[in-house]
Design a protein around this ligand. Structure first.
Ligand SMILES: NC(=O)C1=CN([C@@H]2O[C@H](COP(=O)(O)OP(=O)(O)OC[C@H]3O[C@@H](n4cnc5c(N)ncnc54)[C@H](O)[C@@H]3O)[C@@H](O)[C@H]2O)C=CC1
Ligand SMILES: NCC(=O)COP(=O)(O)O
Length: 349
């Protein structure tokens, strides 16, 4: 259960959602799940109130990041952000948005300074943060912005390009476009975007996941991958040239492949990750096959970030029915990708 090195930094997320619930439940299962030490960046009062409401006997200690790993075996270590958190379960309140954002900021500062080994985020409600002025579509893009800000102190490099991957032992998928309206997907799916995304995925599958020669399956955009240009031309004119460019770059990419037959059991044996053209093309299959095992991993960052695959689940927050499995998987995967696997576990692939 214990691990060497600094703790994982776990963010507050949306306090009216199930983030506090699954955090308490994950800590309770720390021994059975062989969890690495983590520190929650949140309000200790919020966590005490939620633990009481759920009837969970979870001791909560307010700590600094340096003490978190030592405290973790006996109590849930919480780093107090010192910001008000007023939302109650199932009733999001924009006044909590600054605390949710501050937790992400603090987690990135900690991992950049070596005080945390990786960032694990609890789910945020995007519309709540948008209402409070948050300008990025989600964590994925905001983490890249923060990484760029930290790097910017030392270099003039462009901010990193973040790539969302949903990973599970059963399937890994990458949405090439993420939180955009479906109507805009055809204009946003460009050859350059597919190639840049594929290159980052291939690089990080080698570097972080230890897959020597990753195989990428690239889904077509249109039905039957365009049926040779007779059901749309995007697959012939955009996706196929992108796959050719990836192959020319030495990456084992195939496609465009019809998306409707890409995810059945036999097909999944042919690739390590599927590049999909839009959010639901990627997330529907993995959430159907592996809702409680899948983890959201951001590739392309200079640090490790994982998250549960699900959202805030306002409908069940504070009821005691939230399942912490995906958060547990996210904590375990973060430790493994950061090179701090619990004893006996090293490989990810
Ligand atoms: N990484 C992140 O920050 C993410 C945030 N979201 C946000 O979550 C909010 C709600 O999104 P929805 O589409 O409703 O998806 P959701 O994942 O929050 O909920 C969908 C359904 O799954 C159930 N569910 C989710 N997680 C569960 C768990 N751990 N145990 C048991 N049941 C669970 C919920 O009760 C609900 O019925 C949105 O505002 C969205 O922006 C969504 C996905 C990821
Ligand atoms: N649907 C996935 C999702 O919303 C996760 O987004 P992010 O906050 O991790 O960028």
């Amino acid at each position: 259960m214990t691990r060497a090195g600094p703790p994982l930094a776990l963010t507050l997320g949306e306090p009216a959602g199930i983030g506090p619930d699954i955090t308490l439940l994950a800590w309770q299962r720390r021994a059975a799940a062989a969890l690495p030490a983590f520190a929650l960046l949140a309000s200790p009062d919020l966590m005490r109130t939620r633990a009481k409401a759920l009837g969970l006997a979870v001791p909560i200690e307010t700590v600094g990041l340096r003490e978190a790993a030592a405290v973790f075996p006996r109590a849930l270590p919480v780093v107090d952000l010192g910001l008000p958190v007023g939302a109650s379960p199932g009733r999001p309140d924009a006044s909590s948005a600054p605390a949710a954002i501050a937790a992400i900021d603090r987690a990135v500062a900690a991992v950049t300074a070596g005080e945390a080994s990786a960032v694990v985020t609890n789910p945020i409600a995007k519309h709540v943060l948008y209402a409070a002025g948050f300008r990025q579509p989600g964590h994925t893009e905001y983490l890249a912005e923060l990484a760029g800000r930290h790097a910017g102190r030392a270099s003039d490099d462009a901010p990193p390009r973040p790539v969302m991957m949903l990973w599970s032992p059963t399937l890994a998928v990458v949405p090439v476009t993420i939180h955009v309206p479906l109507a805009r997907v055809p204009e946003l799916v460009t050859r350059d975007l597919i190639v840049a995304t594929g290159r980052i995925v291939a690089r990080d599958l080698v570097a972080r996941f230890g897959i020597a020669r990753p195989r990428l399956a690239v889904a077509g955009l249109d039905p039957h991958a365009g049926e040779g240009g007779t059901i749309g031309t995007a697959d012939r004119d955009v996706v196929a040239p992108a796959v050719a460019a990836l192959v020319a770059a030495g990456i084992a990419a195939t496609g465009p492949l019809p998306a409707d037959t890409l995810f059945h059991e036999a097909a999944r044996k042919n690739y390590d990750a599927a590049l999909c053209m839009y959010h639901d093309q990627a997330l529907i299959p993995i959430k159907t096959l592996a809702f409680h095992d899948a983890v959201n991993v951001t590739l392309g960052l200079p640090f490790v970030r994982t998250s549960p695959d699900h959202g805030t689940a306002f409908d069940i927050a504070g009821t005691g029915t939230a399942d912490p499995s995906s958060l547990i998987a996210a904590l375990r995967l973060a430790a493994r990708l950061a090179g701090h696997a619990p004893a006996g576990e090293t490989a990810v692939a």
